[in-house]
Design a protein around this ligand. Sequence first.
Ligand SMILES: [Zn+2]
Length: 705
Amino acid sequence: MMKKLLYVIAAVALFSCQTQSENTEMQTENPFYQEWQTPYGVPPFDQIKDEHYMQAFEDGMAQQLEEVNAIASNEEEPTFENTITAFEKSGDLLNKVSNVFFNLTSAHTNDSLQGISRVISPRLSAHSDNIFLNADFYARVKALFDQREELDLTIEQAKLLDNYNTRFVRAGAALSVEEQAKMRELNGQLSSLSVAFGENVLAETNKFEMVLEEGDLEGLPESVINAGAEAAKERGYKGKYVFTTHRPSLYPFITYSTNRELREKLKKGYINRGDNDDENDNKELARQLANVRLEKAQLLGYSTWADYVLTQRMLDTPDKVYNLLDKVWPAALEAAKKERDLMKEMAAKEGVDIDIMPWDWWYYAEKIKKEQYDLDENEIRPYLKVDNVINGTFILANKLFGMTFEEQTNIPKYHDDVRTYTVKNENGELIGIYLSDWFYRSSKRGGAWMNTYRSQSNMEGNKIIPIVTNVGNFTKPTGDTPSLLSQSEATTLFHEFGHALHGLLSECTYPSISGTSTPRDFVEFPSQVMENWVFEPEMLALYAFHYETGEVMPTELVEKIKNAGQFNQGFGTVEYMAASYLDMAYHTVTEPITIGAGEFEEAAMDEIGMIDAIVPRYRTGYFSHAFSNPEGYSAGYYSYLNSEVMDADAFGAFKENGLFDKETANAYREHILSKGGTRDAMEMYVNFRGREPKFEGLLERRGFN
Ligand SMILES: [Zn+2]
């Protein structure tokens, strides 16, 4: 997953009750007001305290609004520099505080930060409105846009101007005053609703626990039992075992436990998050979010929310999205049904007559994997020690792009688990800072992601290197027990690292268009493409060493992994695509949803012929991609599939020319990774590959052809 912070935010009347002198005193102690003296300008995490945020947000918004007013009321004729560049340079304080704050509310939050988030999110949304509903500012941007052909702009400047013009129009700058007031109101609602949604997901995920006795552990490998004991200890249960809905706890349990009732209990704990009819229930919030979004879209002249957001994507209409989904769905569903039937047979062979349910899938899939491919996840894990896999990503970046990563220990951190690296080019030039934070803790959101603390830019010769972070939730090594990743976790690590490379190798001029600032259905391409290397034999030989013996993964095991490559793809695709359809269903309604979200979800799943054995990867109650942000990945969860069309086709180039072929890597770096969002996405792809991506690569890879 990729997170991009709101780049711009800002202004609300200040209602400071402090005296001037108190305020000044506070500012001198508040690191957000200072030039950061830390190495490479990394945020001084050790000095930032929770009480520093609010004031910095308020002053930051006020400052940026002043800057915007100065741009808007400039008596000189609008030029690219005095309008667009001037705005790109605005909001320094606000960017500083926002970047730190929103990174930490995901990676290391607490009640105080959550409280600030609740207050500040609607105000930031109002601030954004104060900028993009500013009629004088819009008049200048529009004047420039109308004469863009005569302005002698670079390709990047032309794209940036186009982005801003669109952004104003989409924000409602062309609406009447009354309509704009309505727009502000709707934006405020979206912001509050989405914050509440995200908080409920976090609360629900942390709340559920399954406390077990010694006798309940049948089938579990020792490492899973140990993790259960560890979790129990953390939660103050003596001599017990605790399993939770956090994925590193959930998946091993439902894969190995022979106790069907307990598997069901835990899996239901996971899929019912936000759907327990209690104070953290998300169904009504989701319904309201969909309806407010519809109202906003219609205010802007679009018939649905999807029509509105898709104007910014590669697939720019709902029809194009459904066209892609419908091309893959029938084959995926058929494959999944075959997989399910095979599991039923497997169960019958063991004398169990059951219909396969979502809490059975992992359990029987593992058995089939063992029987058909002789492949046991526990056989692979010892070769996927987390440090080795991290090292693998660095080796790959070095082989493809000549990059080097060097850990630094003198840089402030927000948590001991964070590791900080300087990143250098082939010629030794420093190009970025990379922070990794891979281990689970309860102060972190679930999942894995990339984000930036500072975007790359190079305005007016002022070269700013990016500060990029990867965050995950892998099990932390304890005592003598190393953290050994599963196949899918290792894949996740490479995926997020791909986003990080996109941020680190950016060579753009303007910050709002650099790095990962690309259309949502393009941005997963540079991350997904990296997944292709993880289990390639040539790659495994470079990093997959046994954590005890140091031996490289044996050829026989590599071969087995390769053979099982298309195993369970029906399931994976159906699980993912069902969530994509659900997301589209919520966002293509043309009338407000009047039925409950539970019923709505059921109807959406019936329409695609979803089977009982599989639950969508995200049900409504915890569909954070769709609902925990005013816009986020709404009408956008399909993006991974669109990106996969490109990643499968792009990796084809490496397959043809060599896995570490320099020329292919250079072309990929030049046309994709270094360009951020400075070009039309398809144009960048064609520049790299010499043609548009072929769709077939995706079907072939998943074994659906
Ligand atoms: Zn991603």
